[in-house]
Design a protein around this ligand. Structure first.
Ligand code: GLY
Length: 337
């Protein structure tokens, strides 16, 4: 089993192993809690909630509809009311079972309920395993934009069980691969080269490598004031791609396009070694992922003017010097246009 320690204010471990969710009760010491509530969405709920709920002897499975449009304050408010009716206390536990949306919503619910109760992440998508379940970013979308309301609330444990990936649609695997490629670009040249050689067989090893990189960064910068921003490589333009396509291109795949676009732009400005954008593009193509869209970069920069990563007029871009080596580049947001 891979055990990766995250050294945040409240430290915890991420455990990566095929089949690990079958040992959930022992691993989270479920007998310590008087009440455990599982939060999930309708799709994952149908497949896995009964099993997980019976393993941990949960008092309830709280389910909300799938999709980004339900990642809202209304959903959180509804979940909070249900937790209150179940009379969970500060000593109880929430289990977040699902992909990134479930993790964000359940985590934010845990952060708000009684001003914060413990929660455990059981990610069921590749994207959630390698990225969103680790690091304590929780939250919901507002009408004005994605993830605009939220809280840092670290889980007490994360269990990554690659068995869940067996039922994950191909498009969702590609979504996760966008984030996996990101880790190669920002910190791990050999991971990038492994992907270039087609080495996706040992998925547990790949998940563990990505989580280790994230754990290391988050341990240094829990609240996203410095190095953690490197995890946003490809995200600034990626979010713009999502918006410009009305979310038809999902997050991880939009990040893929965002990485190519920002790297090509940076190469033109002499900020990135020439050839990197082509390498990222070729890798995306090899994995059957999109690497371009029919929207010009100016329109995308325009969309980024509302980016929540902006501080004042400044926007911090994440660039790479070369594959495996990233840095932060602060620029005037208006200048980009
Ligand atoms: N997904 C980026 C972060 O957790 O900071």
């Amino acid at each position: 089993m891979n055990k990766i320690h995250v050294e945040t204010g409240k430290a915890y471990d991420v455990l990566v192993e095929k089949g690990i969710s079958r040992q959930i009760s022992k691993l989270i010491e479920s007998e310590k809690y008087d009440k455990i509530a599982v939060i999930t969405d309708e799709k994952v709920g149908k497949l896995y909630a009964d099993k997980i709920a019976s393993e941990v002897n949960a008092v309830a499975v709280l389910t909300f509809p799938c999709g980004e449009k339900h990642k809202t304050m209304d959903t959180v408010s509804d979940l909070l009311e249900k937790l209150a009716r179940l009379k969970l206390t500060r000593g109880d536990l929430i289990v977040a079972l699902g992909g990134g949306i479930v993790g964000d919503v359940a985590g934010f619910t845990a952060a708000c309920f009684l001003r914060g109760i413990k929660f455990v992440q059981i990610p069921t998508t590749l994207l959630a395993m390698v990225d969103s379940s680790v690091g304590g970013k929780t939250g919901v979308n507002l009408t004005s934009g994605k993830n605009l309301a939220g809280a840092f609330h670290q889980p007490t444990a994360v269990l990554c069980d690659s068995d869940f990936l067996k039922t994950l649609p191909d498009e969702e695997i590609k979504n996760g691969l966008g984030e996996v490629i990101k880790y190669g670009c920002i910190e791990d040249k050999s991971l990038f080269e492994t992907l270039e050689k087609g080495g996706l067989d040992n998925i547990d090893e790949i998940i563990a490598r990505c989580v280790s990189i994230k754990a290391d960064i988050v341990s240094r910068d829990e609240f996203d004031n410095g190095d953690r921003q490197k995890l946003n490589f490809g995200h600034t333009l990626g979010h713009a791609v999502e918006k410009a396509t009305d979310f038809k291109i999902p997050h991880g795949q939009a990040v893929g396009i965002g990485m190519v676009l920002i790297t090509r732009w940076a190469e033109e400005k002499g900020l990135t070694k020439k050839g990197c954008a082509n390498r990222i593009q070729n890798l995306l193509e090899k994995l059957g992922m999109p690497y371009e869209i029919d929207v010009d970069i100016k329109s995308l920069w325009q969309i980024t003017s509302n980016d929540k990563k902006k501080r004042g007029k400044k926007l911090t871009l994440v660039l790479i010097k070369d594959i495996g080596e990233s840095y932060l580049y602060e620029t005037d947001a208006d200048k980009l246009l």
